[in-house]
Structures are given as C-alpha cells and as structure tokens.
Design a protein around this ligand. Structure first.
Ligand code: AHG
Ligand code: MN
Ligand code: MN
Length: 335
C-alpha cells in the first residue's frame, strides 16, 4: 500500500465518508484496539513479565484460567468501562455480565469478548489472540440485563480479532468487508495492510483436532475420510492438514489463504452442542468469514441465525471456504 493508513484514519473515514459508523462505535473500536495493543505487549514479555502459567482459578465453564486470561480480561474491562460508549460487557472469563458502573455514562453498545483465545498455546509461545463482538442495546430498553445480549449473530454491528503471532494483526468488520491492520511497534499504531479480504471458495486444507475422530458424528467422519483418501478417493485431490489449537490463528490462516475449520459436536459430551462458545468465538468469526465470502454453519444451518438462549452457550462450528463448508453441511442434511 503506497500510503500508510492508520486504524484511526480508517475509522474516521468510515464514519465521515461512508457515514455508517456512529462516533460511539468508532470510539469503542479504538479502545478495543488500544486494549489489544497492551495485551500484545504483555504477551510479548512472556516469562520476563511474569505473565505465563496458571492463575489457580477456574472460569464458569470449568476451565483452568491462565494468568494471561485474567490479565487480558482486566485490560479490556478497564479500558472500556469509562468511555461512555458501552452499557455492559460479557466475557468468556466472567460468570455474568459486567454492567458499566454508575459513576460513568452509559452508552448504547454491548461488547463481548474472548480475552485470550488459545490459552493452551500461551506457555509454548504459539500464536494466541483476542476475539470481540459488538451488539447494540435493544431499543427502548430500560436497564441492561443478560437478556439484552441474547441476540443472533447477524445483529452484530462490529466484530474482529487481534492475533498475537510473529506479527500482531487486528482484523475487523463493520459489515462492509474485512480489513487487516498490522501493529507498527515503533509508531505504536495499527496500519492498514489488507482491505477487502476474500477467502477462496475452494481449498485443499482442513483444520480439525484429529484426536477426537472416534467421537465424531458420521457426516464429519465421512468428510474427513474423503479428504484423507486424497487423489485416489472421491475428491480426486490431496488435502493438507493444519491445527494450531488457537481458533484465532486457524481462522487467520483461512482468511489469508483459504481452508476449512471445524470444531464439531462430538459424543464426548453429547448434551453440549460443541466446545466453542457461540457469542465470544463462533459469532464474530462467522461474520468475518461471511464478510470475506466464506460460510459458517453448525452443520445444520447458518451460525449467525442462531438465537442464543444463554450467555455462555456453546455451538458446533464449521467455517471457511464456501464450497467445502457447503459440502460438510450437505453431508449433515443427507445423514
Ligand atoms: P480458549 O483458549 O479461549 O478456551 O479457546 C480454545 C479453543 C479454540 O481456540 C481452539 O480452536 C480449541 O479450543 C482447541 O481445542 P483442542 O485443545 O481440543 O485442540
Ligand atoms: Mn477461545
Ligand atoms: Mn479464552
């Protein structure tokens, strides 16, 4: 790109020229980006900053919390509570919603986040990230409560993630395509490095935790089995496998060069719809993927059309290159 466009300028121009980012939303996205910058610094310090290891607590889903899960959560809360742009926040790492305290003005937006995605990769120095989703308070609502958050993903007004990898990259949609910004550490700002991100409709790369194969349902087994047969099988081409175990990094690869990502329902815990969380992980990622020309389903239907019944709801996730996602979804319909 010949001219450097900062995230700030990108958002100002989105507000001024396209007119569809209100100023509160622009402020919100700036603050989220600033939070990601400071999480990125904490991640980079690693052992030198004393940020590695477990915190000795569990979250509401019974998962052991890492120090960075908690640090990232605190950074996001502290940065976002005072600006007047939010009514409340919800996080994978908090049992219930966090209402903006009375001492600050209340805004019209709701912010949801997975503060640190890929926790199992923190201590081994593999890419991790922050995922976020923005909703609007329902109109004429008096007093925010958990029910206000239970909106289907197609109601999101902004979504994105920041991946802390070899580079720190912020990926964003406000509903008119996907843009990527790389953190320039010397300048301390995110710089636009790719606009109009497009996922190729076809791919030869799949991402799934193969160790769960024996627990999968028949349609997923069939799809992966056909991929594994390669050139000699019904697909007539060889496939490659990648599994980073940080959804944020797997989705980033898919937005960059295509592929299909799956964390399907499986028989280990049949009562749970899946491992990943609908509102902190699946919804923002599904919207980004759709905005880049891909598709996202739970095997039966579009993820963005699911109306959540509770804050920490889980869901089966199949997303990425359109033709592959449609194939797996068709296998579910047939089976
Ligand atoms: P989190 O660290 O926020 O709990 O999320 C981890 C998720 C997701 O990022 C990743 O795709 C998946 O869990 C990895 O699961 P496995 O450990 O089964 O590979
Ligand atoms: Mn996660
Ligand atoms: Mn997490």
């Amino acid at each position: 790109m010949s001219q450097r466009i900062s995230l700030t300028r990108y958002l100002v121009e989105k507000q001024r020229v396209d007119g569809h980012i209100p100023s509160q939303l622009r402020l919100l996205l700036e603050v989220v980006a600033r939070s990601c910058k400071s999480i990125s610094h904490a991640v980079n310090k690693g052992a030198l900053g004393g940020v590695l290891g477990t915190a000795g607590s569990e979250n509401v889903q019974g998962e052991v919390q890492k120090k960075l899960d908690i640090i990232a959560n605190e950074v996001l809360i502290e940065a976002n509570e005072w600006g007047g742009h939010l009514a409340a926040m919800a996080s994978e790492e908090m049992d219930s919603i966090y209402v903006v305290p009375n001492r600050y003005p209340q805004g019209e937006y709701l912010l949801l986040f997975d503060p640190l995605d890929g926790s199992s990769n923190i201590d081994v120095n593999v890419s991790i990230g922050t995922i976020f989703s923005v909703l609007k308070m329902p109109e004429d609502d008096r007093g925010v409560d958990e029910g206000d958050f239970l909106q289907p993903g197609h109601k999101q007004v902004a979504a994105g993630y920041c991946v802390y990898g070899p580079q720190t990259t912020l990926v964003l949609t406000v509903g008119d395509g996907v843009a990527m910004f790389t953190l320039d550490r010397e300048q301390g700002s995110f710089v636009l490095t790719q606009e109009d991100v497009q996922i190729p409709a076809d791919t030869k790369e799949f991402a799934i935790n193969m160790s769960n194969m024996r627990h999968w349902d028949a349609p997923v087994k069939r799809y992966i089995d056909e991929c594994l047969q390669g050139k000699e099988g019904p697909r007539g081409k060889d496939f490659n496998m990648r599994w980073i175990a940080s959804m944020v990094a797997d989705v980033h690869r898919i937005l960059t060069r295509g592929g299909i990502f799956m964390y399907p329902w499986d028989k280990r815990e049949p009562d749970k719809p899946g491992k990943l969380r609908l509102m902190y992980e699946a919804n923002p990622m599904s919207w980004l993927v759709e905005q880049a020309g891909g598709a996202a389903t739970n095997g039966r239907g579009r993820i963005l059309d699911i109306t959540p019944t509770k804050l920490h709801e889980r869901v089966s996730v199949i997303l990425g290159s359109k033709n592959e996602v449609e194939r797996v979804t068709a296998y579910h319909r047939e089976g």
